[in-house]
Design a protein around this ligand. Structure first.
Ligand SMILES: Cc1ncc(C[n+]2csc(CCOP(=O)(O)OP(=O)(O)O)c2C)c(N)n1
Length: 355
């Protein structure tokens, strides 16, 4: 049991231990993908989320899978695993095998998607997801549901106009968008000081109806508190909310990156010391949620499960080349044709029906 003085932000021991399991599952999946990449078994490159796990585990814990919608940043492996994507599905996509739920292996690695879990596939163009989320959330509101749309991205990508257009639209209509900015301080090699002239929470203060929840994204409990408030804000119809999680980018930008070209050894060491997974591991042991040997056994079990999942994915065939163009273009009837081949315009809603 945690000591009486510890504030767990309403989470039970079991939920905290499950979150740790999720975070190490994510990290070990990344470790395994790095090996698969070096074996040339798949993955054109790797873009990964070590250092973002605590914030993303917390975000997944407030979401209602298959009810709320998500448009995910490429660093969101922990988040999608938390919603219910399996490690086997991740390896199936990473090795470009038949059956990948994201796109049947047409997408790049870490471009997450899952129809059943309402994870919407995204473009590689940084920033496009923000506006799609504003539209998705407006639709949920228009339909009278209490669905929340989660959308995430990095601290450099929010310099794109789409981010501000999405905030503007969502705040005008009080749409339930849960914006998550994962602030790891870099956009590839560009440091935060070259991205904007002030901290992100100050920068977005001009938007009315926006719940602003900055948090220490290296800390599971503080992140959970922020996401809980943000999700409640959206669900209760107060408008969109934004969580700005301060995280670290432990593996650099991607497998094509060399941090030593733009960071000093001291800066790299300082980041490495901020590993959120190690921090939660120590916290769990210090607060008596589990003994160290129990945690070590859990880690061995997770590693085993991941190796088996990767083997199962590796045994799958590649998609048939004949199907390469399938699911790329729309194949149904054109909804803008009335059956006679004549084009008809969509029905325009009158202004008073727009909530
Ligand atoms: C419109 C657009 N411009 C540039 C790029 C190239 N690019 C890919 S990732 C990236 C950096 C994004 O940094 P940030 O938003 O901070 O996310 P992080 O990678 O740090 O998580 C850039 C510039 C792109 N994909 N799309």
């Amino acid at each position: 049991m945690p000591k009486a003085a510890v504030d767990t932000k309403g989470l039970s021991n079991e939920q905290i231990l499950n979150a740790y399991k999720l975070m190490i599952t994510s990290r070990m999946t990344e470790d395994k993908c790095a090996i698969i990449l070096r074996q040339s078994k798949g993955g054109t490159f790797q873009i990964s989320g070590p250092g973002h796990e605590a914030a993303l585990a917390a975000a997944s814990m407030v979401m209602r899978p298959n009810h709320d919608w998500s448009l995910c940043h490429y660093r969101d492996l922990t988040f999608v695993l938390g919603l219910g994507v399996t490690t086997e599905e991740i390896f199936t996509g990473f090795m470009a095998r038949e059956g990948d739920p994201a796109s049947n292996s047409r997408q790049m690695p870490s471009h997450f998607g899952h129809k059943g879990l309402r994870i919407i596939s995204k473009s590689s163009c940084v920033g496009t997801q923000w506006l799609q989320a504003a539209g998705r959330a407006w639709g949920s509101k228009h339909d009278g549901t209490d669905e929340v749309t989660y959308v995430s991205g990095g601290d450099a990508g929010i310099a794109q106009g789409e981010f501000h257009e999405a905030l503007n639209w969502a705040t005008i209509h009080k749409s339930p968008v849960l914006f998550h900015v994962e602030d790891n301080g870099y956009g590839i090699s560009t440091p935060a000081s070259q991205e904007r002239a002030q901290p992100i929470d100050q920068w977005v203060k001009g938007y009315a109806n926006l719940g602003i929840f900055p948090c220490d994204g290296l800390d599971l409990l503080k992140s959970y508190e922020a996401f809980k408030k943000a999700h409640d804000w959206c669900r209760k119809g107060k408008g969109p909310a934004i969580v700005i999680s301060k995280v670290v980018r432990l593996w650099g930008h991607s497998s094509s990156d060399n941090r030593k070209l733009y960071m000093t050894d001291a800066q790299i060491a300082e980041e490495s010391a901020k590993d959120p997974n190690k921090k939660l591991r120590e916290w769990i042991i210090d607060n008596g949620l589990a003994e160290e040997d129990e945690i070590t056994a859990l880690e061995a079990q997770v590693k085993n499960e991941i190796d088996e999942a990767a083997d199962r994915a590796d045994a799958k065939p590649h998609p048939d080349p004949k199907d390469a163009a399938k699911h790329v273009f729309y194949e149904g009837e054109n909804p803008l044709l009335d059956g006679s081949g004549e084009e008809v315009g969509p029905t325009i809603l009158s202004g008073d029906r727009i909530p």
